[in-house]
Design a protein around this ligand. Structure first.
Ligand code: MEV
Length: 321
């Protein structure tokens, strides 16, 4: 059995795809994957939250693939790709029963795909008696995310594996320890946010208006740097103001949505020091930094059609047992 946490971006989503820094941290909502080897070559995946799938594990021309798939193939595309990548990396294959339990809603912007990908790779390698290092799991998961999303940063997979807080810039993943304790509340819109779609949207904007978009991304990068310093200094008002500035720039990238904007503005009216989307946007979730009134912000999120989630941040990464 392996489990991996979800995550939030405190600063820097989207800009991180273009080589600017981001600050992200894990949340105490996890995905658990259990694997039971079979003595045939059948794959059965079952998840109450995501869906189910059946297929055959085959080696064709020196390539391990899952053929004859039936069931929720789209919803479980990260899982199938993670299985194929692991079998090819280890050059070994067999049938499995996989059971996935996830408290991270898919498309919530809270890192569900990174959590399920890293946990699947980890548990399968153990089932094949070849335990992979954290670096290998991270890199393999990154190739899975890239092949599905088209473009991706290492943020999601690194955080899911390492846990804690990290500053991510290209291949540089700097673990930051516990910077300070933040009263963060998550507001999930309940709407599916497609990271693939919003990442493509930014890519198109970049083609159309490179100077403007580059300036926005660069400014987000310097907000991340300033935000990390403000967190170290425990200057929460400044952290909040920088989150608001980050959100304004994300709106300039057209990755927010009416539902997200409503939750963000309701949180600020109820005393949040700052609020912004987290993750890909276009649906999914926002985060707000509370002053001392998290229950008031939770109420405001609920009254505006969202689902408040209060959770610990900076929790442990991938666990294998
Ligand atoms: C999605 O969770 C965050 C983005 O920055 C994409 C990525 O980093 O891969 C939008």
């Amino acid at each position: 059995m392996a489990s991996a946490p979800g995550q939030i971006f405190i600063f820097g989503e989207h800009a991180v795809v273009y080589g600017y820094p981001a600050l992200a941290t894990t949340i105490d909502i996890r995905t658990i994957v259990k694997a039971k080897p079979r003595d045939d070559y059948i794959l059965k995946v079952f998840s109450k939250e995501i869906g189910k799938l059946e297929g055959i594990v085959e080696n064709k021309n020196d390539n391990w693939i899952i053929t004859d798939k039936s069931g929720d193939t789209l919803k479980l595309n990260y899982v199938v790709k993670a299985i194929e990548s692991t079998l090819n990396y280890l050059d070994d294959g067999m049938g499995f029963d996989l059971e996935i339990t996830s408290d991270i809603p898919p498309g919530s912007g809270l890192g569900s795909s990174s959590a399920v990908t890293t946990a699947t790779i980890s548990v399968l390698s153990k089932a094949l008696n070849k335990v992979l290092s954290k670096e290998e799991i991270s890199e393999l998961s990154f190739t899975v995310e890239k092949s599905i999303q088209g473009t991706a940063s290492r943020t999601g997979v690194s955080l899911a594996v390492q846990g804690g807080f990290a500053k991510i810039q290209e291949k540089d993943i700097v673990k930051l320890g516990k910077l300070c304790s933040l009263d963060i509340i998550i507001g999930y819109t309940g709407m599916y946010g497609s990271t693939t779609e919003t990442v493509q949207r930014v890519k198109k904007l970049m083609k159309f208006k490179p100077t403007v978009i580059n300036t926005i991304l660069e400014t987000i990068g310097s907000i991340t740097e300033n935000g990390i310093n403000s967190m170290r200094e425990k200057n929460f008002r400044r952290v909040g103001a920088l989150m608001n500035a980050n959100q304004n720039l994300l709106q300039g990238l057209d990755v927010s949505s009416d539902e997200l904007n409503r939750l963000i503005s309701a949180s600020k009216k109820t005393g949040a020091l700052g609020a912004k989307i987290t993750g890909g946007g276009g649906g999914g979730s926002m985060i707000a930094l509370g002053n001392s009134n998290l229950s008031g912000i939770a109420e405001a999120i609920k009254n505006n059609g969202g689902y408040p989630i209060v959770t610990e941040i900076g929790v442990e990464g991938l666990k294998l047992s």
